[in-house]
Design a protein around this ligand. Sequence first.
Ligand SMILES: Cc1cc2nc3c(=O)[nH]c(=O)nc-3n(C[C@H](O)[C@H](O)[C@H](O)COP(=O)(O)OP(=O)(O)OC[C@H]3O[C@@H](n4cnc5c(N)ncnc54)[C@H](O)[C@@H]3O)c2cc1C
Length: 625
Amino acid sequence: MNTFQENYDVIVIGAGHAGVEAALASSRMGTQTLLITINLNMLAFMPCNPSIGGSAKGIVVREIDALGGEMGRNIDKTYIQMKMLNTGKGPAVRSLRAQADKDLYAATMKQTVERQENLTLRQGVVDELLVEDGKISGIRTSTGTKYGAKAVIVTTGTALRGEIIIGELKYSSGPNNSLASVTLADNLRDLGFEMGRFKTGTPPRVLGSTIDYSKTESQPGDEKPVHFSFLSKDADYLKDQIPCWLTYTSATSHDIINKNLYRAPMFSGIVKGVGPRYCPSIEDKVVRFADKPRHQLFLEPEGRSTDEVYVQGLSTSLPEDVQFELLRSIPGLEKAEMMRPGYAIEYDMIMPHQLRPTLETKKISGLFTAGQTNGTSGYEEAAGQGIMAGINASLKIQGKESLILKRSEAYIGVMIDDLVTKGTLEPYRLLTSRAEHRLILRHDNADMRLTAIGREIGLVDDARWAVFEAKKAQFERELLRLKTTKLKPTPATNEKLGAMGFAPLKDALSAADFLKRPEVDYACVVKFIGEASETLDPHVIELIETETIYEGYIKKAFAQVEKMQRLEAKKIPADIDWDALDSIATEARQKFKKINPETLGQASRISGVNPADISILMVHLQGKR
Ligand SMILES: Cc1cc2nc3c(=O)[nH]c(=O)nc-3n(C[C@H](O)[C@H](O)[C@H](O)COP(=O)(O)OP(=O)(O)OC[C@H]3O[C@@H](n4cnc5c(N)ncnc54)[C@H](O)[C@@H]3O)c2cc1C
């Protein structure tokens, strides 16, 4: 029988990007939470690129914010540059990306965590998960201290049996030479979890004052940027943003790499872990795209209070002497001083097919996992899982129904469903192409999709709810005005249209239908129907334009969603005997047994399962009923 130093409702292991969102979510929902981590100075630490957001990732940050999470607010307080990506493309792929002041980002997040009610922050190394009769009961740290809990969330990231690799050197370490977490990795194996070995890498850092920027191209942010959080006021945007700088590898760089490939751990076999397809090392790029004469590199300042510069695109684990030579072969870096060498890091992860869509493990009740530990790569992916694990741990303790975001509701839903249904054999990175309903999952409507859900589960506070309700009401009022106000083909109207270079009207049409004309935007419409009786939030105008112009496509997308919902609603009993379905394909039976899908919809998305197998399963379930 364990005696505990203290008891909590929820314990979160690891204060990385997943851990802080998990702990803030459960404590904001009123559950007593302990956040314990190896080193408090590495809370919300960015071991790799000093940026938040990007394609699909930026939408996840909006989703976390809309649910009542912290990442969006934190980056809006600590960015040094903000940029909207893909502005030339459709609304489904527009996404924000911010350059962060790394140290300020971590310090600001730590302050928020320290001030959070119901949340205790502690430094410690967790060595063991305490389990009684298949149920989590607490943790034991390396000092022998035991803490009791009704739920535990493991978010150990790249420290889990972390090993750093630079050239021929390989040693036990977490990111940036921090402590690795080895005993807990053994404990997870002993508890029977199927573990994998993944790898990621980071580039060297150089001293900014030794860079010759005249040989690079400035990459500034947006002049008047918008922000991630729905609570941020765009008018308060950062005036003195810091640019990034673009340079390229040279032919000499490629020669240096090719000449030293035999010493590259990626090719000498020292690296065993599986690396991220979408974040390849420079040696990998030079080999895989040998026909390319040069590769883009972005020089990204790491913050205002440091002169460290991150060389994005030069991730490497080549020996240090080669890295010195390589840096000097790059235009602008000929005299650059290397402050930190690039390195690769291998780490253990838990195969995510062992998780339920709530991120609770199937093996141990009350044990949840989130972040890089589940096989993803990226701060945003980690934070998206963290908030869901925190929410579901708290709902479980409150005895309430769990929250599973659908693929049609959020990128977070797409990511978690992909992980628990298809599993992953390499670091999973979110992409817009992973979402079949991406026209519905946009940057501009994350609050319309998720804030009411966040309110219902008790995570969205009154202040955020008031902002949301006011915006929603304004949006609905103005959309109604556009739908019910007619433009008539009067001489005055057609004269005005002519003067603006537009075709005359033949028949009357609603202002909303007028807005659907390719050359027309909201500003143009109000020239005909007059301004709204109130000052509109610019985000309301953006939403009105998107929802109106793409109305047809959005309707089609929702019809598709409805069709899928029917499959999604068909629950599969947890005790189903898969061997009783004798006519399904062997591969499908093996996959069903391994993943134990909870709905017909989930079963249909398992790779290797055919529509025929799903029809047989459907008939079987109907028969049961
Ligand atoms: C070298 C490197 C390069 C990377 N490159 C990229 C990239 O190019 N692109 C990309 O998208 N992502 C990259 N990442 C990944 C990115 O950093 C992670 O995705 C993100 O930090 C994951 O967040 P997390 O919360 O899951 O884990 P982390 O941020 O790693 O946090 C885990 C926390 O748990 C703590 N911890 C671990 N074990 C214990 C224990 N037993 N007891 C107590 N505390 C514990 C750790 O100290 C740490 O604070 C890279 C990471 C590293 C290290």
